[in-house]
Design a protein around this ligand. Structure first.
Ligand code: PLP
Length: 501
């Protein structure tokens, strides 16, 4: 394909994408295929001779679409949203075309610098404390990670490294393995499974802190304090706590104003996972949910969930970048560049020993020490396009609309005596169930999903099987919510006639 054909095909592809998204609600939201469906539809080997572009495009409907779950259908209410907007898609095309690997400033200066500035823009939209903003005299800053799971792991590894360094500073003779075997991390029993997994990957104990329905599934300070004391008495070393703002099952919020001071006093790294809810903090009315951020060592959320920036874009800030970079710094000769020191000498990056001065603050000159992979895409272009083309106001309107739609669904549920709401509706997630047995609710969900008109997933809350209704697509309107509810009540009627409840 040469540039002339690319121009033509590119325009056709944009039309195909626009058609797909404009007509998406006519497709069954959930695919009707069995595992392995695709293998039989395409050859066992890559073609020896090139296929034509027409052949490839024809196969999109034949091979791909039958197996697509349409996350951007207004009838998709499962999991949490994944973002999708036209400005972000256009920026992604440009990012693909530039195709740089931005591991250091020299590897593509615009990639490193735009990311630093976008992270500051977003940090300011969230009213983060200055400590987290790179373009200030604080010692922190932000970086784009691929996913919230990576951010949790990176924070955990940095916390582990900081804990070991602190202990060795006071007891240099102590063997490092003896320290790591005693480390203990904490998270809520409502935390995302990626937190527990981070503990497994890092090879540290991860304890789940029990929560109660009566406390709205939030971790209580007293419970954390007690567990820390018990573990210290048993010779363990508490070093990391992952708080969640907006848990996956029910969108519960840990009390970080209460938990943060405990962590700070105990020198425990507090990471905040706000993967879904974080986007809402750009609205002043939801910003109080982030109060207590000043106690955190790191904070992460996914603009790729709810801020119209297509996957992947998971934004992470640290209060003290030396804690992060100190954990992952490697400087092989082939990654060094001329501006490493000169930028540092005016940009006091306290992580790099050559930096001597403290003003004025400048962009990071490298991202390679902030993450696990070396390579990184030019993801900040998506943020730049979206932030400029929606403006803060447009983004706030978008969040508010989803919350209003969730409230509308909540009212429909509350108005029907057969159903109950299972957790407070704070943002765009409604947890609800038929009053009755788990079996009745499981059957209802199965019927809903088998119909393929709408798609929901369940969760467990206090031993109860609960249906989660998350407002997800950019194009969801009130009529979709009402239609979804009509379908749910129709199926509920059937299920209740068939099963004792
Ligand atoms: N944390 C929370 C609270 C989540 O809800 C999710 C996913 O929904 C994750 C982490 C994982 O996000 P990611 O896929 O970006 O790793």
């Amino acid at each position: 394909m040469d540039a002339a054909e690319f121009r033509r095909r590119g325009k056709e592809m944009v039309d195909l994408i626009a058609d797909y998204l404009e007509n998406i609600e006519q497709r069954p939201v959930y695919p009707d295929v069995e595992p392995g469906y695709l293998r039989s539809l395409i050859p066992e080997e890559a073609p020896e001779e090139p296929d034509t572009y027409e052949d490839v495009v024809k196969d999109i409907e034949r091979v791909i679409m039958p197996g697509v779950t349409h996350w951007h259908s207004p009838y998709f209410y499962a999991y949490f949203p994944t973002a999708n907007s036209f400005p972000a898609m256009l920026a992604d095309m440009l990012s693909g075309a530039i195709g740089c690997i931005g591991f250091s400033w020299a590897a593509s200066p615009a990639c490193t610098e735009l990311e630093t500035v976008m992270m500051d823009w977003l940090g300011k939209m969230l009213k983060l404390p200055e400590d987290f903003i790179a373009g200030t005299h604080g010692q922190g800053g932000g970086v784009i990670q691929g996913t919230a799971s990576e951010a949790t792991l990176v924070a955990l590894l940095a916390a582990r490294s900081r804990a070991v360094r602190m202990i060795l500073a006071s007891d240099p003779q102590r063997p490092e393995t003896g320290i790591t075997s005693k480390l203990v991390a904490y998270s809520s029993d409502q935390a995302h499974c990626s937190v527990e997994r981070a503990g497994m990957i890092a090879g540290v104990r991860m304890k789940k802190i029990p929560t109660e329905q009566s406390d709205k599934y939030a971790v209580q300070g007293e419970t954390l304090r007690r567990m820390i004391q018990e573990d210290k008495a048993a010779g363990l070393i508490p070093f990391y706590f992952c708080a969640t703002l907006g848990t996956t099952p029910s969108c519960a919020f840990d009390h970080i104003t209460e938990l943060g001071p405990i962590c700070n006093a105990e020198k425990i790294w507090m990471h905040i996972d706000a993967a879904y809810a974080g986007s809402s903090f750009i609205c002043p009315e939801f910003r109080p949910l982030l109060n207590g951020i000043e106690f955190a060592d790191s904070f992460n959320f996914n603009p790729h969930k709810w801020l119209l920036v297509n996957f992947d874009c998971s934004t992470m800030w640290v209060r003290k970048r030396s804690d992060l970079i100190g954990a992952f710094k490697m400087d092989p000769l082939y990654l060094k560049h001329d501006h490493q020191d000169s930028v540092c000498s005016t940009n006091p990056n306290p992580l790099i020993p050559l930096c001597l001065t403290l003003s004025p603050p400048l962009p990071q000159t490298t991202s390679q020490h902030w993450q696990i992979p070396l390579g990184r895409r030019f993801r900040s272009l998506k943020m730049w396009f979206v932030f400029r083309m929606y403006g803060l106001k447009g983004l706030q309107d978008y969040i508010r609309k989803h919350v209003e739609l969730a409230k509308e669904f909540e009212s429909l549920v509350r108005a029907d005596q057969r159903f109950e709401i299972s957790a407070d509706v704070v943002l765009g997630l409604v947890c609800f169930r038929l009053k009755g047995s788990n079996e009745v609710n499981e059957t209802l969900l199965k019927r809903i999903n088998n119909g393929r008109k709408i798609h929901l997933v369940p969760c467990q809350l206090s031993g109860q099987f609960v249906l989660r209704f998350a407002v997800c697509a950019r194009t969801t309107e009130s009529r979709h919510i009402r239609e979804a509810w009509r379908l749910i009540t129709q199926l509920a009627e059937e299920v209740m006639q068939e099963l004792p409840h």
